[in-house]
Write a protein that binds this ligand. Sequence first.
Ligand code: MG
Length: 235
Amino acid sequence: MTSLILFAILATAQALAQDGPQPRAIDPGAAGKPPSDAIVLFDGSNAGEWAHKDGRPAEWKLENGALVCNSGKGDLYSKRKIGSAQIHVEFSAPYMPNAKSQARGNSGVYIQNNYEIQVLDSYQNPTYANGSCAALYGQYAPLVNACRKPGEWQSYDIIFHTPACDSEGKVTTPGTITLLHNGVVVQDHVTIKGKTPGAGKTSVCEPGPLMLQDHFHPDVKETFMKFRNIWYRPL
Ligand code: MG
């Protein structure tokens, strides 16, 4: 009887085992470092992977390993075009106690230049939910508010799948986004409803640049948003 059961277990295990290729080994990197197969867009040393919309070199300041946007310099675009990917970005929002709601530390990470993951100082700063930090702007509020205090470094880990399109460029299957904010799942495989209003003309059917937003708000003169450690892995 025992041997019969053992035989059944072995037979099941054999049926489940697949003889596919071994998963490719990569070096996951030390804590805080990109994995060995990542394409690094900013490692703190230079902004050579970035340009403004008109192609001029990045005018954001390089400061202690961070790219600093002070208002008026313009959005920054990665020179590389990115499709489905795992994307890592770190940011630090400025301390702006006199600014409220959307005026306090506003920026954004635009995936494919089409979809804004909101960057905002949402630490004890209420605003409309689907416009708060880590929202897919205008579409989905984050599941929780995982914000750190202004001035502290925070991370976004994004898993982006582009929509599928037909030969005429019509979306047949919408894209999806998963987002971890400071390691916490805040967008869980949400279905993208469309481009963020005001986004550029990049086709949703083709890879596009990652864009870091220079956000203008009439209530504040300047916003100093910092970014660092930006990389991605095509999926
Ligand atoms: Mg924004």
